[in-house]
Every structure is written in structure tokens, then in C-alpha cells.
Design a protein around this ligand. Structure first.
Ligand code: DQA
Length: 152
């Protein structure tokens, strides 16, 4: 089973960006932790990071025939990108939204996620563990037949 992990804008600065909110772990280290967890779950994971909205839309489109599911942290785009929400709706594979911080407990503008409604589920506030839980969730909710559909 193949899963794409998509990190959105500013997540390339993890570790140095507001560490009191997002932690001290760098994106590279987070991706290593995700890869370790994926291996244990027998998932082939690919991690990508894009700052641009269009690049994220393109990555979601490309994922539809290559992956059984997507884990996405849309960053601030979660709060206003209808283009990303539409792209998630447009693809048939399940998408799980992850936020490192608990967006429900932060500034008012962060409490709404327009992309969340297009996703199968959302995990928010659990830090890096959220990505691992999202992988487990995708394994649970993805039917074996759908897993096999991925292009070799
Ligand atoms: C974030 C939360 C967003 O509000 C913020 O813009 C981010 C990171 C999170 O992982 O907690 O860039 O998605």
C-alpha cells in the first residue's frame, strides 16, 4: 500500500519556526519518523512539501492513480483554500488532514478548516503522532481492492 504525505506551506521551516507551537523537530526528522512508522505498518510512504497552492493541487491530482491514500497538512491553506478542498473532493482516494497544533484551540481564523470537510477525517493537536495515526487510519479504512489499484 502506497501513501503520499503532503506537507503544506512553511512546514519546511519546522524546528526553527515557532518551536513552542510546532516543536523542535525538523521536517527531515519528522519525515524519518513517518518513514519508520510506515515501515512497521507495511506502507510505502513518500513525503513531499510544497509552499504553493497550485503545487499542492497538482500533487493531489497526481496522487489519485499512484497512491491508496494521502495524509495532508495543508498548513494555513486549510483555513481558506477552496482550490485544495476541491482537489481533495475531486480525487477518489481517501485523504486524512493532520495539524501538528490543535487548531481548535488557537486564533479564530485557524478554528475553521475548509479543507477538512473534503477529507475522510482530521487529526489535530497531537504533533508528529498525528501523522502516524493518520497512516494507521488509512490502513484501516482502505479496502484491500483499493490498495491494489495503485499503479506499479
Ligand atoms: C498547522 C496549523 C496552521 O494553522 C498553520 O498555518 C500551519 C501549521 C499545524 O500543523 O498545526 O502552518 O497546519
Amino acid at each position: 500500500m502506497r501513501v503520499l504525505v503532503l506537507h503544506g506551506p512553511n512546514l519546511n521551516l519546522l524546528g526553527e519556526r515557532e518551536p513552542h507551537i510546532y516543536g523542535k523537530q525538523r521536517l527531515e526528522e519528522l519525515n524519518e519518523a513517518i518513514a519508520r512508522a510506515a515501515k512497521e505498518l507495511d506502507i510505502k510512504v513518500t513525503c513531499e512539501q510544497y509552499n504553493g497552492e497550485g503545487a499542492i493541487v497538482d500533487a493531489l491530482h497526481a496522487a489519485r492513480s499512484r497512491y491508496a491514500g494521502v495524509v495532508i497538512n495543508p498548513g494555513a491553506y486549510a483555513h481558506y483554500s477552496y482550490a485544495i478542498a476541491d482537489a481533495i473532493t475531486a480525487i477518489a482516494i481517501p485523504v486524512v488532514e493532520v495539524h501538528l497544533s490543535n487548531i481548535a484551540a488557537r486564533e479564530a481564523f485557524r478554528r475553521t478548516s475548509v479543507t477538512a470537510a473534503a477529507c475522510r477525517g482530521v487529526i489535530s493537536g497531537l504533533g508528529a503522532a498525528g501523522y502516524v495515526l493518520a497512516l494507521r487510519a488509512l490502513r484501516e479504512i482502505t479496502a484491500p481492492s483499493q490498495r491494489r489499484k495503485e499503479r506499479k
